[in-house]
Every structure is written in C-alpha cells, then in structure tokens.
Design a protein around this ligand. Structure first.
Ligand SMILES: Cc1cc2nc3c(=O)[nH]c(=O)nc-3n(C[C@H](O)[C@H](O)[C@H](O)COP(=O)(O)OP(=O)(O)OC[C@H]3O[C@@H](n4cnc5c(N)ncnc54)[C@H](O)[C@@H]3O)c2cc1C
Length: 291
C-alpha cells in the first residue's frame, strides 16, 4: 500500500533534528525497517519524517570508563557484526544480531530503532535487559539516562518522549566469572522469536552470585523473569537448581497466544528455553569466557 503523504526532512545537525521533533506529527526515521511498513500498511501516519541517518552523534561504538560499552543508536546490525569491540566486550549482542532478519534488515536496521520501536517480539530488548544496559536519551532540554529495566513500558511503548532521540546504548562490562547466552524459538517465516530468552549470570565460589534473565515474544513487553533470577541466585547452578529456576520463567505474565503458538505451548517453551539459556550462560561463566 501507499502511505499517507508526509514531509521528509534530513537534518544536518542535532539541534535542527530536535527543533523538527518538537513540532507535532514528527517522527524520527532511522533504518526504516519497522516504521516504513507501518506507514505503508497505514497502521500509523506522520506529518513529518525526520531522517536521523546523517547525525554523527548517533553513531560510533566505543569503550568507556570501566570497560563499559557505548553503542550509538544508529549502529546497524551489520556494524555490530563487524565490531571487534562488541564481539570482545558484549559478544551476546553480536551473536543475536547475526540471526535478526535477513541481510537487508541487518544492513539497514539499527539497534536504536529496535529499542525505540519496542516490538514485543523483538530480540534486542530482552538481550539488553539481561545485560543490564541503559539508554541515553536527549532532547533540546537536556540528556537523561534510563535503565533498560525502566524503559520498556508496554507493547510498542517506551519511556522515550516524542521530542527525544535515543542517542546511545550503554552496556556495563561483564565481571569476572560471568557469562551470557541466548535461546530462541523462531517463527519460521518471519524469524521473530515466539519465545526468546537471554540469560546473564555470574559465578563465584561455586555458587551463582548474580543472574539476569529476560524474555521476549512471551508477554506484552520484554520482561525480566525475576522469580527465576531469585531462585537461581545463591544456588549451586546444578541441574535441579536451574530447572527449578526456569519453572518461574512466566510468573506473573499474561502469556501471549496467537496463530503461531497457543498459551500453553508458549509457556512450556518459555520454561524449556529459559533452562537452556541459563545452562549455556553458566557454561560460559565457568568456562572462563565472559559473554
Ligand atoms: C523482514 C524483517 C525481519 C525482521 N526480523 C527480526 C528478527 O528476527 N528479530 C528482531 O528482533 N527484529 C526483526 N526485525 C525488526 C528489525 O530489527 C527492526 O525493524 C529494526 O531494528 C528497526 O530499526 P530501524 O533503524 O529500521 O528503525 P525505524 O524503522 O527507522 O524506526 C523504528 C521506530 O523507532 C524510532 N526510532 C528509531 N531510531 C530512533 C532514535 N535514535 N531515537 C528515537 N526514536 C527512534 C522511529 O521513530 C520509529 O518509531 C525484522 C524486520 C523486518 C523488516
């Protein structure tokens, strides 16, 4: 379908972009892989698309104080896959990027667009929740940093204001004895996760000292399975402890049901994949490589 008419502007500076975004009916355009289909299907409309592709401040991948990683919002999945920095400091982000969409999606789709769009079935929100990331948001009025835990507020809903841009994603350095892993049951045609689980664990003195487990595709929004985290933390990380923790994968969540997976199947898969993700993360943590 043909989208409703809109104005297209490609600002040359961040200030110009903020001025445009402050006008009613404006929306940022990054890679366009989520926004353009919505416009074409007339599921949304805009008065003005503000193409942020030329704003250098939204690019770049760098390591900051304490080894934390800063990934510019306009970083594409292709950039991620090509980045030594990301593969060394947050390999899970690269690992998951490799299976998102197809070549065209990975070449143009951005990590910032995925975060800002907050599709309940997209992968990066769960990965970034598990890795304890935070998001740097800026508008004409200043900058603020919001933890991933507080950012995703519902299906396609975030804490991002219409006048703000997501500038960058900050990922803390993994501690010693930590590992992270991803498991996904993909819908075969679209590749989106019917259930996706990211687990990040730390091990010290033969016990699990910390755990962050996040799921996507399962509920209204990507979420942390805090019941599973609490059951796992402090345990010996053995088979029984992991299985018992995974049983809490959907606690308190209204599990999605659709033509691809009904509620009971999706719930069962959430438990299975949570167990596998924890096992894989523990394997990496105890194998000495941090992911
Ligand atoms: C065929 C196909 C297959 C896909 N498969 C998968 C998959 O398997 N797994 C998966 O997770 N995803 C998948 N995706 C989704 C893909 O990951 C997203 O479409 C992409 O990452 C969105 O980024 P974008 O740069 O294209 O964003 P856009 O479409 O340009 O923007 C999306 C939304 O984010 C806003 N936005 C973008 N950047 C910013 C910013 N910096 N600040 C503020 N707002 C911003 C826009 O205003 C818009 O509302 C698929 C998409 C397609 C088309």
């Amino acid at each position: 379908m043909i989208p409703a008419a809109f104005e297209y502007i490609r600002p040359a500076s961040l200030d110009e972009a903020f001025d445009l975004l402050a006008e009613d009916g404006s929306r940022a355009l990054a890679g366009g892989h989520s926004l353009l289909p919505l416009l074409k299907l007339r599921l949304t409309s805009v008065d003005r698309l503000v193409d942020i592709g030329r704003l250098r401040e939204l690019g770049g991948i760098s390591a900051g104080a304490g080894g934390a990683l800063r990934i510019g919002a306009m970083t594409t999945y292709r950039d991620i896959l090509d980045s030594e920095e990301i593969r060394a400091r947050a390999p899970l982000i690269a690992e998951v990027s490799g299976s998102i969409g197809d070549v065209q999606v990975r070449n143009r789709g951005t990590i910032g667009g995925s975060v800002a769009h907050a599709d309940p079935a997209s992968d990066m929100p769960a990965v970034l929740l598990a890795l304890g990331a935070s998001f740097v948001l800026r508008s004409r009025d200043g900058e603020r940093t919001v933890a991933a835990d507080d950012f995703f507020t519902g299906a396609f809903a975030t804490d991002l204001r219409a006048t703000e841009l997501l500038m960058a994603i900050e990922v803390p350095a993994p501690g010693t004895g930590s590992g992270a892993a991803w498991q996904s049951l993909m819908q075969p045609a679209s590749g989106y996760s019917m259930v996706g689980v990211a687990a990040a664990v730390s091990v010290a003195g033969g016990a699990v000292s910390a755990a962050r487990i996040a799921l996507t595709g399962v509920g209204e929004v990507a979420y942390r399975a805090t019941g599973a985290e609490e059951a796992l933390a402090g345990s010996d990380g053995g088979t029984q402890a992991v299985a018992a923790a995974a049983d809490h994968a959907t606690d308190g969540v209204q599990v999605n049901a659709d033509i691809h997976a009904d509620r009971s199947y999706r719930s069962a898969m959430a438990i299975v994949l949570t167990r596998r993700a924890i096992e894989a993360a523990l394997g990496r943590a105890t194998g000495g490589s941090s992911s």
